[in-house]
Design a binder for this molecule. Structure first.
Ligand code: MLT
Length: 263
């Protein structure tokens, strides 16, 4: 099997002998979603980010992705880079990958950070939304889909005034429709990781934007309550895109969690 390292776009910053943290972005974004957080954390930690297959600089191939294949990619990155007990930090779709990774191979992970995500699989309404998204891409193009989707992830204030909102949208508009549709199908077919929450043993931080409508604070708080070793932090002035909308508050929460559990 060809090495994933050669296929997936991986970015490494910071001190390679320090605690490794793998940052996994949301849909339909790329690793740069984490850049403002990584610029702070790399002073102390080894920060690894990558583009999920089909998005950013990673190839789409035939676009036949599953949540399991995304988790396989993560496992291969950990093995290829020989990371010792990395902390996995995933936002939304990155959180789905992280939660399933913990369920599959918690023993090789050191900690978990879940941002603006949820453990439940898509219900019927959610599955139909994914199907409508694919139809929209086929009929109106990926740009129309991305425009509508991305604006719903940010606060109104970010949409009006945050330069990172425009930069993120501009990059996402360049997404390959094959990759975007492949991710929608992978999310549509993912399993429910709720039963595993109470079994999680590694230290866990749950982060949620105060105005997140896709994974709202009450949903995330109830997820955090099911994880014994967890703490929950609400991020002000942010919706679903916490590391972009308020990177200072997200970095502060992550630094305090890492200091408490990994120093
Ligand atoms: C994301 O930000 O990754 C998406 O909102 C996830 C989803 O559509 O379920």
């Amino acid at each position: 099997m060809k090495s994933q390292k050669q296929i997936i776009s991986i970015y490494k910053q910071g001190n390679s002998v320090a605690t490794p943290i793998i940052f996994i972005h949301g849909f339909p974004y790329d690793h740069l979603m984490w850049e403002n957080v990584i610029s702070i954390l790399q002073k102390t930690y080894f920060c690894i980010s990558y583009d999920i297959r089909g998005l950013g600089g990673s190839p789409c191939g035939d676009g036949q992705f599953t949540m399991e294949s995304f988790v396989d990619d993560l496992e291969e990155i950990i093995n290829e880079l020989k990371l010792d007990k990395p902390v996995v930090c995933g936002l939304s779709m990155g959180g789905y990958i992280s939660l399933r990774a913990v369920e599959r191979f918690e023993e090789i992970l050191g900690g978990l950070i879940l941002c603006d995500t949820k453990p439940e699989a898509d219900n019927n309404e959610g599955k139909l939304k994914r199907a409508a998204g694919i139809k929209k891409i086929n009929e109106l193009g990926v740009q129309k889909f991305v425009e509508d989707f991305v604006s719903g992830c940010f606060t109104e204030e970010s949409v009006k005034n945050l330069k990172e909102y425009k930069e993120t949208l501009t990059r996402s508009l360049k997404s390959d429709p094959v990759g975007v549709k492949g991710c929608l199908l992978a999310m549509q077919g993912r399993t429910d990781t709720t039963p595993y929450l109470e079994k999680i043993k590694i230290p866990t931080l749950v982060i949620c934007g105060e105005e997140d409508k896709l994974s709202p604070p009450e949903v995330m708080k109830s997820m955090a309550d099911k994880i014994k070793s967890s703490e929950f932090v609400l991020i002000p002035k942010a919706a679903h895109m916490t590391p972009i909308e308020n990177p200072e508050a997200v970095s502060k929460a992550i630094l305090s969690f890492l200091k408490k559990n990994f120093e």
